[in-house]
Write a protein that binds this ligand. Structure first.
Ligand code: PMP
Length: 397
């Protein structure tokens, strides 16, 4: 960690990782100490594990209004669920068609499996998006053929916050009998997701994004849809995902889902207020600052902004010194110096994308923390612009 000039610690990077809710830790603890049975065994220890597993499955199913808990397959997280859905549907249906459609703003755990499939005889279309990040429905209709077996579009982007019109996308997908897979990793737990109402066939969700432990997630697969398993072994999870179940993780995931379901409406309203105050506070005070993504159809936690003439990385370092943790985009891609593919897809130039900062809010954030950042940002931006060769002269004065 760089030298900090303050003891203050403010966390605004919830899309990259969330703390585990203490109520979740409490229910997990026994499964890491006294309760260690394998749900596949015969004895009483196993029965307890089996029951716990099924109770958690029920809670996840309820959160997304799945028709039954049998539609939930536990995985190691969103990346695995996305791979399982995309490759699993493509392989299983290859006799029907070899075309898949996705968007250009998906997470890499969707984009890369689609790219991989193009090396295996499949065709993949990456749909463009508009300036807000909405997928072009017109282009979707144009690209969809009877050869298309799968459409994979995210529910909402963790990077720019934009929420897609899921029902409309589903109608188009089903008009040609393509399955719709939705990566709801960023959206789940923040906005209500109803797979039956939304017409979703496969849905990816992840535990940590709902304040559960990392390393556990799920794929919802609508009743009747068959996919090719990627992991073969002892036949757990009805043979779709073999391997001894991560019981402590799954128990925590279930509890996190239960809490999210109860608290989401109140908490999301609170976050939306903080989000809008945060965005307004920055954009009103700082010249040449802009919002990434749609102003209202956006996730409650998402404050994605960009500042002309400077680098997001230098803003992050300055913020870190002032005790504030934020991100320049998807945590998974910040290791490369390339601008985010999502920001380029919404039409930003390289230098515009580079000036982006992503603040993602969470349960523990307060109004005072938002005020603090609104307070310190103008000076940070001013100072960085002073030393940037890209800044116009009049702004340096
Ligand atoms: N999809 C989306 C939309 C994400 O934001 C992320 C990262 N949180 C992932 C997939 C991948 O999640 P994980 O790294 O936990 O597998």
């Amino acid at each position: 960690m760089p030298n900090q000039t303050t003891t203050r610690r403010i966390y605004f990077d919830h899309t990259a990782g969330k703390p585990i809710d203490s109520r979740v830790i409490e229910v997990m603890l026994p499964y890491m100490t006294s309760s260690y049975g394998n749900p596949s065994s015969i004895h009483a220890f196993s029965q307890e594990a089996k029951q716990t597993l099924e109770e958690a499955r029920e809670k996840i199913a309820k959160l997304i209004n799945a028709e039954s808990k049998e539609s939930i397959v536990f995985t190691s997280g969103a990346t695995e669920s996305n791979n399982m859905a995309i490759k699993g549907v493509a392989y299983r249906n290859k006799n029907r068609g070899n075309h898949i459609i996705t968007s250009s703003i998906e997470h890499m755990s969707v984009i890369n499996p689609c790219k991989f499939l193009t090396t295996q005889g499949f065709k993949a279309t990456f749909l463009p998006v508009d300036q807000y990040g909405f997928v072009s429905l017109k282009k979707l209709e144009e690209e969809l053929t009877s050869e298309t077996t799968l459409i994979s579009i995210m529910y909402a982007s963790g990077e720019i916050g934009t929420i897609q019109p899921m029902k409309e996308i589903s109608k188009i997908a089903h008009s040609k009998n393509a399955f719709l897979h939705v990566d709801a990793t960023a959206a789940n737990g923040q906005i209500p997701i109803n797979v039956q109402n939304d017409g979703i066939d496969l849905l990816t969700i992840s535990s940590n994004d709902m304040y559960g432990p990392k390393g556990v997630g799920a794929l919802y697969i609508k009743k009747g849809i068959r996919i090719e398993p990627l992991i073969q072994g002892g036949g757990q999870e009805k043979g779709i995902r073999s391997g001894t179940e991560n019981i402590p993780g799954i128990v925590g995931f279930g509890k996190a889902a239960e809490i999210a379901q109860k608290e989401m409406s109140v908490e999301s309203k609170r976050l939306e207020k903080l989000r809008d105050k945060f965005i307004k506070g920055l954009l009103d005070q700082i010249p040449y600052s802009f919002l990434n993504g749609h102003p209202t159809k956006r996730l409650p936690d998402n404050v994605a902004v960009r500042f002309s003439f400077i680098e997001g990385e230098s803003i992050l370092l300055s913020l870190d010194m002032m005790g504030v943790a934020a991100s320049s985009g998807s945590a998974c891609t910040t290791k490369t110096l390339e601008p985010s593919h999502v920001l380029l897809a919404i039409g930003l130039k390289h230098e515009e994308a580079h000036g982006s900062v992503l603040f993602t809010l969470g349960r523990q954030n307060t109004k005072e923390e938002v005020d603090y950042v609104i307070d310190i940002m103008p000076d940070i931006i001013k100072r960085l612009r002073k030393i940037s060769p890209l800044t116009p002269k009049e702004l340096k004065e």
